[in-house]
Design a protein around this ligand. Structure first.
Ligand SMILES: [Zn+2]
Length: 268
């Protein structure tokens, strides 16, 4: 049996190995929605098999953002008959532009995907796009809201809200430092505050990786990011020639701190 946990009626979360990705499942009366498809066909087949333990309904897919562990499994779902792949427009554009360039990331776990040879290794670019306006997706007796709160972890993070549950992708990660590679640190902190402001609307908050979290976690993450941005900005003003000076004082690991400073400089 798979490791599904329920997050409100008709809402489920599945953790699969590797990056401890949280995939979501929302089951309506006519269709079900799968949120994030894994690193490649191996993980996606595991996710799909787990989905089929819960429902036989036709599926739609959402990719929360354009990082490989969230969309490389799309082709397995396309082979299962999925034709509707939702994402933010910026996410779809990023997959189109640099999806292939991310293949090397999965050489250990998904060698076929990394090599681009084998079953279900093609990139499936989302075709049902969300921009600034929220979109309601009717699953039959149950409506899911797909919406965008601005740039954060990437420039195309899509949030998925149901009557009980908010799936936030990697805007929130639990048990690990945030990933800043494609991020907009200052705007990300604002997005987190916006998520926090929605706290009365949702009972469950499901991060992209790690355990479900509460509002305090989101607030702390936002405040930490704002403080870190101030510290790094100050340090960049003090020693503009050496941006690495700020690394030891930042509340993240050395690797994340390096990216944090780089992205802060690029997006400030
Ligand atoms: Zn990510």
């Amino acid at each position: 049996m798979s490791r599904w946990t329920e997050a409100g009626p008709n809402n489920y979360v599945l953790v699969t190995d590797g990056e401890a990705l949280n995939s979501g499942l929302v089951v309506g009366q006519e269709r079900a929605m799968v949120i994030d498809t894994g690193c490649g066909p191996r993980q996606a087949k595991e996710i799909l098999a787990a989905v089929r333990e819960i429902t036989d309904l036709p599926l739609v897919v959402v990719n929360t953002h354009a990082h490989y562990d969230h969309f490389f499994g799309n082709a397995v779902f396309a082979d299962d008959g999925v034709t509707e792949f939702w994402a933010h427009a910026n996410c779809a554009a990023a997959i189109e532009e640099n999806g292939d360039a991310q293949r090397f990331q999965v050489s250990a776990t998904e060698p076929e995907m990394a090599a681009g040879s084998g079953d279900a290794v093609e990139l499936v670019v989302p075709n049902a796009l969300v921009k600034d306006q929220p979109v309601l997706v009717d699953l039959g007796g149950l409506t899911v809201t797909l919406f965008y709160l601005g740039r954060g972890h990437t420039d195309g993070d899509l949030l998925v809200g149901t009557s009980t549950t908010l799936f936030v992708g990697d805007l929130v990660e639990h048990g690990t430092y945030p990933s800043f590679e494609d991020s907009y640190p200052l705007e990300w902190a604002d997005v987190l505050r916006h998520i926090s402001a929605l706290r009365h609307r949702y009972e469950f908050l499901i991060p992209g990786h790690g355990q479900p979290c509460d509002d305090q976690f989101v607030k702390t993450m936002a405040n930490t990011m704002t403080t870190a941005a101030r510290q790094a900005q100050q340090s960049l003003r003090d020693t503009p020639a050496d941006a690495t000076k700020a690394i030891p004082i930042l509340p993240y690991g050395p690797e994340q701190s390096r990216w944090f400073i780089k992205r802060l400089k690029e997006t400030w």
